[in-house]
Design a protein around this ligand. Structure first.
Ligand SMILES: [Zn+2]
Length: 243
């Protein structure tokens, strides 16, 4: 559906597809596609920014401000223990069209856990998000990307990993992180960053600016997979949406 036809037609087809998927899948955040991005390339390349380990008051606020200025939607995998003090930020993410997922209650390995311990990490965070937002439909990103058969069985939602990891928790060098992501960018990639570091926020916004100039369109995870006509299924693991 991203064939070489008139841009407006392709854009309209994508919007229609996204709206159709939105109605069908409960974990779809409010979808909106910035039409201006379509003018950068005849056939846009699609990519998703994802952020783990937040929210954090200072850095997440700065990131949301920068994304809003650029009309970009991202996906945030949140820590349950950090929700109570940041309910306004969670509501802001949701209201501004970002997608929200679960990154466990206090950032533990999910592999090897009993069902009860798994639920204490994942179901409890899901309930906290439902209490704040009034809806369900949250993706799961296991810390460290660690998945086993029990995690898949207990997840109750799609499991989202990534395809580009600049290891931004390491040297926290925004220029290096930006160069790593931009040089590894490809159509359908999923970028992993952490919105708890100032350098990662700086890198994320530079990545958006540089990849916008290359004709990339930033989508939430659900939008990205809907655009590729891939239906996300509970318990399945996804790390990219390459064409
Ligand atoms: Zn993490």
């Amino acid at each position: 559906m991203l064939s070489r036809c008139k841009r407006g037609g392709a854009a309209a087809a994508l919007v229609l597809l996204l709206l159709t998927a939105w109605a069908a899948a409960p974990w779809v955040a409010a979808a909106s596609v910035p039409a201006a991005a379509w003018t950068a390339a005849e056939t846009p390349k699609l990519i998703a920014l994802t952020f783990d380990d937040g929210p954090r008051r200072s850095t997440t606020t700065a990131l949301l401000d920068g994304l809003a200025q650029r009309g970009v939607k991202a996906t945030f995998f949140l820590i349950g223990a950090q929700l109570e003090d940041h309910q306004d930020l969670v509501r802001r993410m949701d209201a501004e069209g970002h997608q929200i997922g679960i990154h466990t209650y206090d950032h533990v390995y999910l592999t090897g856990l009993s069902k009860a311990d798994f639920d204490a990490q994942v179901a409890s965070t899901r309930q906290a998000l439902m209490d704040i937002l009034g809806h369900d439909g949250f993706l799961l990103r296991p810390p460290y990307g660690m998945v086993d058969a029990a995690v898949r069985q207990n997840a109750g939602c799609p499991i989202i990993l990534w395809s580009i990891d600049p290891e931004d928790w390491g040297d926290q060098d925004a220029a290096r992180e930006t160069a790593h992501v931009v040089s590894n960018a490809r159509d359908g990639a999923i970028i992993l960053l952490h919105d708890i570091f100032p350098a990662s926020v700086e890198a994320a916004l530079a990545i958006v600016d540089q990849l916008h100039a290359q004709g990339y369109l930033f989508l939430t995870i659900e939008e990205l997979f809907a655009a590729r006509q891939i239906t996300l299924k509970p318990g399945e693991v996804y790390a990219n949406a390459y064409p």
